[in-house]
Ligand binder design. Structure first.
Ligand SMILES: [Zn+2]
Ligand SMILES: [Zn+2]
Length: 141
């Protein structure tokens, strides 16, 4: 499947089905998304390919390692590597509408926004879980 930013300058291809996703309610994801949370998933680096727009990708990295890549033309968040873990973070809203993964976990629910109703029965973590726990939930090896 292919995904793209709001203006289409940046496009990418993912060679694996996106079946599972998470929602993170931390303070950084709120700022990055401009909303209550980020809906995203992770894929292995080998399953991800940038098709176009490399020169449009701007990157902001916090000292803690939190990284936000975005399109310099339209401002959309775009996929970025997760530290040096061989994983790529994928914001779900960039994928085609017919990609409908199951939401399996909510992260950082201690900072859940009052206007965000959690209406599913997936697992919840008050803070960030161990990466291996998250990979297990997303069924990434
Ligand atoms: Zn763009
Ligand atoms: Zn977060």
């Amino acid at each position: 499947m292919n995904g793209s930013c709001l203006c289409g300058s940046i496009a990418f291809e993912i060679s694996v089905d996106i079946l599972r996703a998470y929602q993170c309610h931390c303070s950084l994801c709120k700022k990055q998304s401009g909303s209550s949370s980020n809906s995203a998933t992770l894929v292995e680096q080998s399953c991800f390919r940038l098709i176009k727009g490399h020169s449009f990708i701007n990157s902001w990295v916090k000292e803690s390692g939190f990284r936000s890549d975005f399109c310099s033309h339209c401002g959309s968040p775009v996929p970025n590597p997760v530290r040096d873990l061989g994983l790529i973070w994928i914001p779900l809203g960039l994928l085609p509408i017919n990609v409908q993964p199951q939401e399996v976990v909510h992260l950082c629910t201690s900072t859940l926004s009052s206007w965000h109703l959690v209406a599913d029965h997936s697992k919840q973590y008050e803070a960030l879980p161990d990466l291996n726990a998250l990979k297990d939930l997303l069924q990434i090896k």
